[in-house]
Design a protein around this ligand. Structure first.
Ligand code: CP
Length: 358
């Protein structure tokens, strides 16, 4: 049943049929968008960037619920505004602050701080809204669980309306869409064939892998020639590398790895900086921390950017200045991270249009 047919004379609505009609189209990774939709959302984002707010509130009457189990500046603001620009209502919850703290898992005995189970919370929220956006970061301690994105999947299974992943353990599809769109705009639709370097950087914390995974997959799907520059201690998941290689080959690009940051960045069209903890965070966190401390020279500098082909600097933000990247790069003419952040708004506006089917 489509949403509208639930109200048609031929198929009278029942509470059950209306509810079931909304169970569709989770966007948990960019793999949930077929090529035509991926392309359409990116093209629409570029149109929204140029045209701004739609002339008609095309999602009037729709509602979006946002649930943030972790902090956010860009995702929360841009998602709320994207929904409002389309004319939709939006409500945002932060469990543990203005909503009950949430428990996960089968058979959990809820005698701790968590007052509500995700299974109940997302079943209920699904009765109020047409779509949900959810942020739930990696555990950072259970590798198998994080790689399988178990917490986001548990939420998606409980919801009966589309769930948009606003960053989980493994994926950040909204960031990926914005990244692909800002590059498509910058290269005038010709990002394919450009050299994209995703470089690991030093950071005081072992960060999760959702953003590097998504940046890699976005560049690969854009048909770029991707190099992942990282110390041998900080590889990305092999399953993600394999998916990226397949995607790149399908779209005329390629994926390779390098442990030489300086050499990798030479001649780049895009330098995308990101810190991540990698698999050793789970197996030997003390060794990972000690290695990471010794790798403080993995920082993007003006000299790096000068060695590119007038390349652009990208970062998902928030960024630690003069740890991940120097001020001279962020405040210089090759920086594209603010445009990239702006594209979150345009890309999510286009994505919501798809999810709301309006
Ligand atoms: N890039 C990103 O997702 O930013 P926030 O964590 O501020 O939402």
């Amino acid at each position: 049943l489509s949403h509208s047919s639930a109200f048609s004379k031929e198929a009278p609505a029942t509470i059950h049929s209306l509810h079931e009609s909304k169970k569709q189209r989770h966007v948990l990774s960019i793999g949930d968008l077929d090529d035509a939709t991926w392309r359409h959302v990116i093209d629409s984002a570029i149109i929204y960037k140029k045209a701004g707010v739609p002339s008609k509130p095309i999602a009037s009457g729709k509602s979006l619920g946002l649930v943030f189990l972790n902090p956010s500046l860009r995702t929360r603001t841009s998602m709320e505004l994207a929904a409002q620009r389309l004319g939709a209502n939006v409500t945002t919850l932060t469990p543990g602050q203005d909503a009950w703290q949430l428990a996960f898992g089968d058979g959990v005995v809820m005698d701790g701080v968590e007052a509500e189970h995700v299974r109940d919370a997302f079943a209920v929220l699904s009765r109020y809204v047409d779509a949900l956006g959810v942020r739930v970061f990696a555990s950072g301690t259970d590798h198998e669980k994080d790689v399988a994105d178990v917490m986001m999947k548990e939420i998606a299974d409980a919801a009966t309306v589309p769930v948009i992943n606003l960053e989980s353990a493994m994926h950040h599809p909204c960031q990926a869409l914005a990244d692909a769109a800002v590059m498509a705009d910058h290269f005038d639709g010709k990002a394919a064939g450009k050299k994209f370097v995703l470089t690991w950087t030093h950071h005081p914390k072992a960060l999760p892998m959702a953003v590097p995974n998504s940046a890699l997959l976005a560049a690969a799907r854009s048909g770029m020639h991707v190099t992942v520059a990282r110390p041998d201690s900080h590889v990305l998941e092999s399953s993600v590398m394999d998916t990226a290689s397949t995607l790149a080959e399908t779209h005329g690009g390629s994926v390779m790895e390098s442990s030489d940051m300086d050499a990798a960045i030479e001649g780049a069209d895009v330098v995308y900086a990101k810190a991540w903890g990698g698999p050793m965070t789970y197996t030997d966190p003390e060794k990972e921390a000690s290695l990471r401390t010794s790798l403080s020279d993995w920082r993007v500098t003006a000299e790096h950017m000068a060695s590119t082909r007038n390349g652009r600097f990208m970062h998902c933000l928030p960024v630690r200045r003069n740890v991940v990247v120097d001020d001279a790069v962020l405040d210089g003419p090759q920086a594209m991270h603010i445009d990239q952040a702006e594209y979150r708004l345009h890309a999510q506006q286009a994505l919501l249009e798809h999810v709301f089917d309006c």
